[in-house]
Design a protein around this ligand. Structure first.
Ligand SMILES: [Zn+2]
Ligand SMILES: [Zn+2]
Length: 437
């Protein structure tokens, strides 16, 4: 990311590969988006900039449609490989069937539908490899008390702790807090704690049950934490020392495994319903990327997507590998709600360990600022952030929408310089935010 500032003389070209990656945005001061900096730097130096992606961000695509960028398209896949066949496994049907027959049959394996198991079985019998994608690491999303419904939250963040079986602990995926597994419910002292939702560890457990003789490799930021572990794992899988790879988005990114003919998306629904206007775009990109891991060898790949939202546009358009169709519909949605790339956003976040000070500061200051911005930007009102408390700080936010970003930025900058200093409340201003949690 920071290479975009490299002091090179006689720069002739800037290439931004995977330009849609959110990692190009630096989330801390100085906040910048490396792709946008690259575009700006190229313009100032009078040189071309090449943004590459199999699934461009809607911002870049809209710029291409508007003629600001030139669109260069690859009309054929590498080596003329055909696109994988994507099939949707509707999990809703299953839920009903299970209820009506009063309980699952004993042979049923949690998280893996019969269709998915059958397909994986076929691949294994042919000596091919399968890849299973899960959008969460750890064992279970939460540990919930069956008696009172209580869920253990992080003491520093308003987020449920994730259950990790490997270390027999509960961990916060936002601040890193970890604590031993409770033996009883912290609220009612009940002893029946139920693990809800699946992460990679739990899916591996199911895969072991379904295919006891298969060699399974788990790939997520926990299992790959050791330096060099990822490289070793990738090599081992490429050399076919494993049959099934279970992993998070880590496995979706640009990896080339000719032995993989089947990709199973075990779980994606969590991504579809994030409190973020880009959630559909993210899910679509993720699906397209992970689907692209299937059938990179001789035989055509097959992809199964397990979901309870089979008609969600991200899933339907990904099923047909239809980027244009998705972009068209999504751009329309963005325009009708005034979201980027139709408009620009500025996110202000007030943070403080003291909730009432934080809320007061946010309310008073957002009022002042919105007054100064009247006619230039529109504010939606102060709200608690989706994660209302993070690392011990309460957070209130104001989202501004504008079509006059240069003016708006000038007004906001001047206001931040003139505003009353409140040492107990921290304020951050993020232009073109990508993280809304
Ligand atoms: Zn309880
Ligand atoms: Zn936390």
């Amino acid at each position: 990311r920071s290479a975009v500032f490299a002091p090179l003389r006689e720069l002739g070209l800037i290439v931004v590969d995977e330009e849609h990656e959110t990692a190009y945005k630096q989330g801390e001061t100085p906040r910048y988006h490396a792709r946008d900096v690259a575009v700006m730097r190229a313009r100032r130096e009078g040189i071309p900039v090449l943004l590459g992606s199999a699934c461009p961000s809607l911002e870049s695509y809209a710029n291409a449609l508007a003629g600001k960028y030139r669109l260069l398209e690859l009309s054929a896949r590498v080596e003329d490989r055909s696109l994988p066949l994507v099939q949707i496994v509707d999990l809703r049907r299953r839920g009903r069937k299970r209820r009506s027959t009063a309980g699952a049959s004993p042979s049923e394996i949690p998280w893996l539908s019969g269709e998915l198991q059958e397909e994986v079985g076929k691949r294994l019998a042919r000596g091919e490899q399968a890849l299973l994608y899960v959008n969460r690491r750890g064992y279970a999303r939460v540990l919930q008390c069956s008696d009172c419904g209580g869920v253990k939250e992080c003491p520093h963040c308003s987020i449920a702790l994730t259950y990790h079986r490997a270390g027999e602990n509960l961990r916060c995926h936002f601040c890193g807090h970890s604590e031993p597994l409770p033996v009883a419910c912290p609220v009612c002292r009940g002893a029946r704690l139920e693990a809800l939702g699946a992460g990679t560890e739990r899916v591996v457990e199911s895969v072991q049950k379904a295919f006891p003789s298969a060699r399974i490799l788990r790939m997520d930021s926990d299992s790959m934490a050791r330096k060099g572990a990822l490289g070793e794992a990738l090599r081992a899988f490429a050399e076919r020392r494993f049959d099934i790879l279970v992993g998070t988005q880590m496995v979706a990114k640009g990896l080339h495994f000719p032995g993989v003919t089947f990709v199973g998306v075990v779980q994606i629904d969590g991504l579809l319903h994030m409190p973020d206007f880009r959630s559909a775009e993210r899910a679509f990109q993720q699906l397209l990327q992970v689907a692209g891991r299937s059938g990179r060898g001789e035989s055509r790949g097959v992809v199964f997507v397990q979901t309870r939202s089979p008609f969600h546009p991200a899933i339907q358009f990904a099923r047909h590998h239809d980027y244009r169709g998705f972009a068209e519909q999504e751009l329309e949605f963005r325009a009708s709600f005034g979201y980027p790339p139709h408009a620009r956003l500025v996110l202000l976040v007030w943070k403080s360990p003291d909730e009432s000070l934080c809320r007061q500061a946010a309310q008073i200051e957002s009022g002042e600022l919105c007054q100064r911005l009247s006619g230039i930007a529109e504010g939606g009102g102060v709200l608690p952030a989706p994660i209302a408390r993070l690392q011990g700080s309460f957070r209130y936010q104001l989202l501004l929408k504008t079509n006059r970003i240069v003016e708006a930025a000038r007004v906001i900058k001047q206001w931040t310089e003139e505003r009353l200093r409140r040492p107990e409340v921290d304020l951050t201003v993020d232009v073109d935010p990508v993280d809304f949690l």
